[in-house]
Design a protein around this ligand. Sequence first.
Ligand code: CDP
Length: 794
Amino acid sequence: MTALDEVKIGGLGSSRRRVEDNRFVRGKGSYLDDITLPGMLHMEILRSPLAHARINSIDTSKAWAMPGVRLVLTGETMAARNLAWMPTLSYDTQAVLATDKVRFQGQEVACVIADDPYIAKDACQAIVVDYEPLPVVVNPTGSLAEGAPVIRDDKENQPDNVIYDWEVGDKDGTDRAFAEADLVSEIELHYPRSHPSPIECCGSVADFNRATSKLTVYLTTQAPHIIRAAVALVAELPEHMIRIVAPDIGGGFGNKVPVYPGYVAAILASILLERPVKWIEDRTGNLISTGFARDVYLQGQLALRRDGKILGVRMNTLADHGAFFSDAQPSKFKIGLMHSAFACYDIPTAHLQARGVYTNKAPGGVAYRCSFRVTEAMFFQERMVQAAADDLGMDQAEFRRRNFVRDDDFPHRTPFGFLTDSGQYAKCLDVGLEAIGYQSFLQEKEEAAKRGRLLGIGISTMTEPLGAGNSREYDILGIKMFDSAELRIHMTGKALLRTGAKSQGQGHETTWAQIVAHELGIPAEDVLVEEGDTDTSPFGMGTYASRSTPVAGAAVAMVSRKIKAKARKIAAHLLEISEEDVEWELGRFYVRSQPDRGVTIQECAAAAYSNMPDGMEPGLENVAYYDPPNLTWPFACYIATVEVDPETGVWDVLRVVAVDDCGVRINPMIVEGQIMGGLTEAYAMANMQFITFDEEGNCIGANFTDYLLPTSWETPGFELHEVVTPCPHHPIGAKGIGECAAVGGPAAFVNAVMDAVKGTGARNIDMPVFPDRVYQALQTGQDVSGAPPVRAEA
Ligand code: CDP
């Protein structure tokens, strides 16, 4: 008998088609808004039109009087149940419904629950709120100015708008490195606000059953178990009587990690009315109130030796968190994993000083396709690196190569203290340079310049930490970061796998089954994968920060190995030999001395229910909780070439090359899809996505005609390449990939444009790099800032 062909049974390396697409492409997915329960009511939220105002009174009488209205909730109603405020994921508090003041445009002020959503919406309009406008701040400069209004005057010991001052790294050592430097390269940057904008907005259907005392909440969440714990704590309900179900959710990208006021209000409404209550945001609600990302300013410095060696790094960041500090991030890192910057470079010393402030904007800081500020970190890193190469007059590829951590230098301690464990950085760069035809492009660029054409090439190289935990260092609100998988092999050899992760479209139903196929030889099509129901799936921290494969995916491998260990004992029993004489090949145990005598994993499964050895517990199922020893460190090299029109500032992408090393690829097709999706978002962030604020705190970009999503029309083509450096500690050698291209991509595009306009003297144009900004840089030779406020007509 010959061993199974792993690719044929849908194991590792098989580009098997996405199982979930069977329902998605046929319109048969079951999203939040598809859920309809008997007797269900509908909730709408009244939002503040003002960014900062005292609330003198709220008159809900007209709303109550409207036919079909069942309940009107205000901050007062919530306060009576101690629910007017809720904890955030960063140990701050956030208003559920405003009581004293509104602090950003779009803040939740009241809710109406009615027989249908239209009545609820009309009734919201009938609520009269007497606002007393207050001065507004929309950026850190305003927030820190003398005499600035104190936004969080609800908090004791909060005399100003500073949330935290935090530092990491070696300040003295870094000062010494700068004192010894031949040259100091400096740059100031702003990573603007962006919004994850999943196709489906956030929403919930809360269903409290008085007869059973059970609360079931269908929720657009990436982290059902954390939400269950949060609901138990906030609403003081017993955790075992709460069931959170995340159905097919139409994308998350970090937007669906936090707890939102609408969830809490819908739950309370369902408890009070004893009927199911549905709340789903409209697009503007989503864009103006939930889960912003980025909005960080950087002053960066590199201490350089003349020969191109980076001696030290200084990063000074100022983050605009909006009105509540609600970042979803490990509790001990105030600015997320910003200090993962410069991990791929061999730099002796670094220091990061971070400050966070409140402003009159929606709370932000979600990790939009990002591991807790890694996107900002890598953008700053790669913009600083390019500026330094220019300052030194050195080729940007060569400057990177000189400073890379070498292949034989692992494990490597980064200047901020992380431990990286594997990678082939120079090789990835070389593959990228070869693919783009680097030298010939440089010649072409020189030739073009003689004819007044502006060509540019931008490189972005980075290793980023994916897969939080380990639990020693990573927790959210004290809950340790690990993950889980439960595997049941039925009598016929078919399997049910459940994990603590939650796919939002990444394809877990396909790829987790591939890991089982790899470990056990059970064809992937025989493995049903379920996620997202806290009543059935084992506890896990959910899916964000590309942590699924590094953590839950590892748990899938580990639980399969537990199953295999038991199946081996069964095989020994069936073959009537001792366990030591049992050998394994994919899908089958056999007698070492007689390879033809064997039993399949399916035969072992049958025996687990019908013919187990004496004294063995029946059944073939198990659960594994996986606490990773380290983060995984994928590496990427993204290269973009552009042409800038000197007359208009319009820039066109000529080519984009991506070289990704995410270790062993479970499903190459899905990995490529992840990279293309990430690059598309990167291009949109660099080029077109603009969500900002005017002086009065009005959100500009609150709909999809202003805040642009990339379509296939404007998205450039991507040329993908791979390098494989297996992760040394992951059971199958995989590293995360989901967010790499969105994290590393933006710098490649911006670096390319800056390379094209280098001759002007401008060192930076803030994203989105609009043509008018490029034109301004071309005309003035000055940096172009995109920081708010903007004038409303901009
Ligand atoms: O946490 P999230 O699912 O967003 O990100 P991920 O773990 O990087 O995985 C994204 C998708 O790519 C999943 O379907 C993974 O199983 C798949 N993947 C893969 O096939 N091979 C890898 N080395 C990494 C991810």
